[in-house]
Design a protein around this ligand. Structure first.
Ligand code: AMP
Ligand code: FE
Ligand code: FE
Ligand code: ZN
Length: 296
């Protein structure tokens, strides 16, 4: 009889959201769903919040899954929103904590402004949005979308995004976010590891040309999320070339939002050697190994 401590097990999905931001399942239930979907390792990456870490960690222990606590940090460049997946950083790091608080406040103000504009044309109130939002959650357009659905004004969250909440519809407003470079610096200083989320879409490729990517690499960027359903085929090709040139890791993930988005858990996955590098590089926090020891 021997005991083994599995570092982590696959399949590995490094991008998911819970009701701590704009997913529809609680952090605990996201991990449970991952276990039911047959995943071995999961990162919880709520927008600008680590509020889900404690209950996701508990769920990882209950379901013998490896959890990589993470976050998807909002950043912005030239009016384009750029998401930065951030893993295993110190959640109490003062500078990062202050920045995420600032972003969440800006998101709240901006959501109010969007709702005010919509309310001029539709029967929608701030209370309708609050009814769709877990207390303390990072608020975003998805909560407004869910309120529009609850009011019967649109059939689904995705259709709300294609219609009323689309920037072209006239109700949209951006919110404050730091630059991607500042984001990488903050997360790296907090001992974390950064991966550019879904970078292979038109606008994001435009704002992150090779020169800017090189700056992010200099600041410590670890990888590119290439396997993601939003990246175009041409985008993926370009990103593979850049990853090879700059020695960047390649990740794949689902960007699961529960019932809020069609993305399914494990629809894209990350290789174990990449996860191993990611864990080795992090100094801010540790993975939760749900099955610390297993008796064989
Ligand atoms: P916001 O950050 O408030 O501008 O809203 C954009 C966010 O909505 C992105 O992070 C998307 O992942 C998220 N989102 C969640 N569900 C959907 C959906 N069904 N369609 C489009 N975006 C969605
Ligand atoms: Fe989201
Ligand atoms: Fe994103
Ligand atoms: Zn995401």
């Amino acid at each position: 009889m021997s005991e083994v401590a599995p570092a982590f097990r696959g399949p590995i999905d490094l991008h998911t959201h819970s009701s701590a931001s704009d997913g529809t399942e609680t952090p605990y239930n996201v991990v449970r769903s991952a276990s039911e979907a047959g995943l071995g390792t999961l990162a919880l990456t709520d927008h600008d919040s680590t509020a889900g870490w404690p209950s996701a960690s508990e769920a990882a222990r209950d379901h013998e899954l490896t959890l990589i606590p993470g976050m998807e940090l909002s950043t912005r460049l030239d009016h384009v929103s750029v998401h930065l997946l951030s893993y295993l950083f110190d959640p109490a790091d003062p500078a990062l904590l202050a920045e995420t608080e600032t972003i969440r406040e800006a998101r709240l103000k901006r959501a109010h402004a969007i709702v005010d504009r919509i309310a001029a044309d539709y029967d929608l109130s701030w209370d309708d949005v609050l009814a769709q939002t877990e207390p303390g959650a990072t608020i975003g357009r998805p909560h407004i979308a869910d309120a529009l659905v609850a009011k019967g004004l649109v059939p689904t969250r995705s259709e709300a995004f294609q219609g009323i909440l689309h920037w072209r519809a006239g109700y949209f407003q951006p919110h404050y976010a730091p630059t991607p470079l500042r984001g990488v610096e903050l997360v790296v200083a907090a001992g974390g590891v950064t991966v550019l989320a879904h970078p292979g879409t038109g606008p994001r490729e435009r704002v992150i040309p090779e020169r800017r990517l090189a700056q992010l690499v200099d600041a410590g960027l670890f990888g590119l999320e290439i396997e993601h359903r939003q990246n175009s085929d041409e985008g993926k090709e370009r990103l593979h070339e850049l990853a090879a040139k700059y020695g960047l890791a390649i990740t794949g993930s689902s960007d699961y939002h529960g019932a809020g988005k069609p993305n399914r858990l494990g629809e894209n996955t990350t290789g174990p050697e990449v996860l191993s590098q990611l864990i080795d590089r992090a100094t801010g926090w540790s993975p939760v190994y749900g099955a610390v020891t297993r008796t064989l």
